[in-house]
Design a protein around this ligand. Structure first.
Ligand SMILES: *[C@@H]1O[C@H](CO)[C@@H](O)[C@H](O)[C@H]1NC(C)=O
Ligand SMILES: *[C@@H]1O[C@H](CO)[C@@H](O)[C@H](O)[C@H]1NC(C)=O
Ligand SMILES: *[C@@H]1O[C@H](CO)[C@@H](O)[C@H](O)[C@H]1NC(C)=O
Ligand SMILES: *[C@@H]1O[C@H](CO)[C@@H](O)[C@H](O)[C@H]1NC(C)=O
Ligand SMILES: *[C@@H]1O[C@H](CO)[C@@H](O)[C@H](O)[C@H]1NC(C)=O
Ligand SMILES: *[C@@H]1O[C@H](CO)[C@@H](O)[C@H](O)[C@H]1NC(C)=O
Ligand SMILES: CC(=O)N[C@H]1CO[C@H](CO)[C@@H](O)[C@@H]1O
Length: 605
């Protein structure tokens, strides 16, 4: 089912178009919403429609990110809404719209949606000098459909089978485990089979007392890196590489970006090594043999691939607190007092946070942000909640010796990494194929922020930068939209709504013969024909047979109507020019007209 869900509507014709529409006389397609009354024409013809295309792309991509939350939201009530109290099994869970239940649910591409993790307690025992590690994990789950299987993602991690238990937290009873087994080509699913089916409305705890894994030379999973310093030798580190599906290489989990949960992390490690994860350290206790157990604060709800880990030796931090007590720390293999590079990186990070906060009008809520140089990191930056790993050569840029171009490249990497807080962490792509969307958006935001960061550099200088076009267009966009769009208002809408919109265009004929075009928005869902109260700010571009130039209607209400100036029996095409992130549907008559047009002369469309 992942295939269907992940399809992105980048063209004007959603999948429905492929089916032959029923033969209905187009002129008589009176709308179901017949009670509406006519008002004067209110079509906006925007001259700078190119500018809107950019908005389309940006909003579209943004919508894409948000959209992937639509599946869980629409197919069952999210745990945050239900919040059943432990020990209160009588409290009913609304039965979700369950996915098709196969006999072997582990063969589905996506994990079944009826078991939802809401809390992980993860302990890792790590040492930078060792190639293996061990850990234990407790996963608390809510059950939305009776099942006898708890299915986890796992890869190259070994679980001691006799050390797995399941408890019904609603009653406190032990749920006997009848079997555990691993399946899939590369044994990437670990299944705990319980003797008695898990009940809807109950919460369960799966407790895996011991698992072991390997630290590799490269991602995915935990891997080693090394800072080579001339004076004091090598500094070793173990870091996580979890995108896209690396979390299952580190610990057994439900490695689906839509399945967000809180994490209580404990890292046991030698006391002379420094451990970092997504949340701040809360306390440490001393263990035998020079080891310590470091407990971290509970994270906010995160997808598994956003929970970062790092363990290293010999790096020094430079930190600064914001007025609101949030700390940003940059770690470096050199003494930050002898080189300005760490301070430049720190300032860039702080500026990026502050610029983007202002640009989007959305706050930055992380209590701490660690910026960690990772030598030889394959990707320029690897972003986790509260932990940014940046390739060392991009993090530390010598202000005096580097060219402007290099400095920009460094600043860009950091800005880009910071932008992912908004596009990727607060709003997460709910399926792997869509992570590119967050990339596209954070790139745009990073450019915008850079323009603030380097006010002294004129656009001419930026022209030497290889993606000048994006930058120019984005800047054009901001200037151009000042007059009629409040970007922060528009963006906010796309950030806070789950899902993405579904726009229906309907042509109707009124009693007096006047033709009217209705533009209706609703939250898109594959599952339910639900009426949603959500609405977005959508620049809907449309064109007709006569008017081949796309016109744009800024739709910010659930339903809008304009007088339809197309001739009788002519099609209207929504999402003209294939930009924008919303789906379009039409009445059957219009589908037929569009289909006929495609058959006779498709170049018109
Ligand atoms: C058209 O929309 C306006 C608001 O934009 C509304 O007042 C009017 O009733 C609508 N007309 C019809 C015929 O639905
Ligand atoms: C998990 O199981 C282990 C071994 O039975 C036990 O010591 C531990 O307390 C359990 N953890 C939780 C959170 O129940
Ligand atoms: C970093 O920012 C601080 C405070 O704004 C400033 O005093 C300092 O000079 C900056 N450092 C560098 C290297 O730009
Ligand atoms: C945009 O909207 C926000 C929130 O309503 C408001 O604070 C801000 O002043 C507006 N900006 C402009 C340029 O109108
Ligand atoms: C929609 O946009 C119009 C024109 O920009 C504005 O006057 C109106 O207040 C907006 N309505 C909503 C619900 O945002
Ligand atoms: C198809 O439409 C295009 C654009 O309107 C036009 O240039 C072309 O001549 C048409 N082709 C045919 C075969 O009618
Ligand atoms: C260098 C380059 O590709 N420039 C293009 C940037 O985008 C504008 C508007 O789309 C084009 O006209 C330029 O050719």
């Amino acid at each position: 089912m992942g295939d269907g869900i992940c399809e992105i509507a980048i063209d004007g014709l959603p999948p429905v178009a492929r089916q032959a529409p029923p033969r209905i006389d187009p002129v008589n397609q009176l709308d179901e919403d017949g009670q509406m009354v006519a008002i004067p024409e209110e079509a906006y013809t925007i001259k700078r429609w190119q500018v809107f295309c950019i908005i389309f792309v940006i909003l579209g991509a943004f919508g894409g990110v948000v959209y992937f939350i639509v599946l869980p939201i629409k197919s069952y009530k999210p745990p945050s809404v239900l919040k059943p109290e432990p020990g209160d099994p009588s409290r009913p869970f609304t039965d979700p719209t369950p996915e098709i239940h196969k006999e072997k649910p582990w063969e589905q591409q996506r994990l079944p949606n009826y078991l939802q993790p809401y809390e992980y307690r993860l302990t890792l025992r790590l040492d930078v000098t060792k190639a293996t590690y061990s850990g234990s994990i407790v996963i608390n789950l809510r059950c939305y459909h009776p099942t006898e299987y708890i299915i986890l993602d796992i890869q190259d991690v070994h679980i001691s089978d006799n050390l797995v238990s399941v408890i019904d937290l609603s009653t406190g009873r032990i749920q006997p485990v009848s079997d555990t087994f691993q399946v899939s080509d590369r044994r990437t699913r670990y299944i705990i089979s319980v003797a008695e089916k898990l009940r809807v409305g109950s919460i369960y705890r799966a407790n895996i007392t011991t698992f072991t894994g390997r630290v590799n030379a490269e991602p995915p999973g935990l891997y080693t890196a090394r800072h080579r310093t001339r004076r004091s030798g090598d500094r070793r580190m173990v870091v996580s590489g979890l995108k896209p599906t690396g979390a299952r290489h580190v610990f057994p989990c439900m490695d689906d970006p839509a399945m967000k949960a809180t994490f209580d992390v404990i890292i046991e490690h030698p006391s002379d090594q420094i451990a970092l994860t997504s949340s701040p350290s809360e306390s440490t206790t001393t263990l035998a043999n020079g080891w310590i157990r470091e407990t971290f604060y509970r994270t906010s709800k995160l997808s598994t691939h956003l929970l970062g880990f790092a363990l290293f030796e010999g790096l020094t931090e430079l930190e600064r607190y914001s007025s609101r007590g949030q700390v940003v720390r940059v770690w470096s293999p050199f003494d930050p007092n002898t080189s300005p590079a760490a301070e430049v990186a720190l300032n860039t990070t702080l500026d990026a946070i502050s610029n983007m906060k202002d640009l989007l009008g959305l706050d930055y809520l992380l209590q701490k942000t660690d910026v960690l140089p990772v030598p030889g990191q394959i990707v320029p930056y690897d972003v986790y909640s509260g932990l940014l790993m940046v390739r060392d050569t991009l993090l530390f840029c010598d202000v005096d010796d580097s060219s402007i171009r290099d400095q920009l490249q460094c600043a860009m990497a950091l800005n880009h990494a910071v932008a992912h807080y908004w596009f990727g962490i607060t709003v997460t792509a709910a399926w792997w194929s869509d992570l590119w969307v967050t990339e596209a958006l954070s790139t745009e935001l990073a450019y915008e922020s850079l323009a603030c960061h380097f006010p002294e550099l004129s656009m001419t200088i930026l022209a030497s930068y290889d993606t000048i076009n994006t930058s120019q267009l984005w800047s054009t966009l901001s200037q151009a939209t000042d007059s009629f769009v409040n970007v922060s208002v528009v963006m906010n809408n796309w950030v806070s709504n789950a899902g993405y919109p579904y726009v229906t265009l309907r042509q109707t004929v009124e009693n007096n013969g006047a033709r009217r075009l209705y533009i209706i928005q609703d939250a898109f869902s594959y599952f339910l024909a639900s009426k949603s109260t959500l609405h977005w700010n959508i620049p809907v571009a449309y064109k007709t047979r006569d008017q081949s130039d796309a016109r744009v209607l800024w739709l910010n209400v659930s339903i809008e109507n304009i007088s339809d100036d197309s001739s009788k029996g002519e099609w209207v095409l929504g999402k003209a020019d294939s930009n924008g992130f919303y789906r379009v549907n039409y009445g059957p008559g219009n589908w037929k007209l569009l289909a006929d047009q495609l058959l006779t002369n498709h170049t018109v469309i």
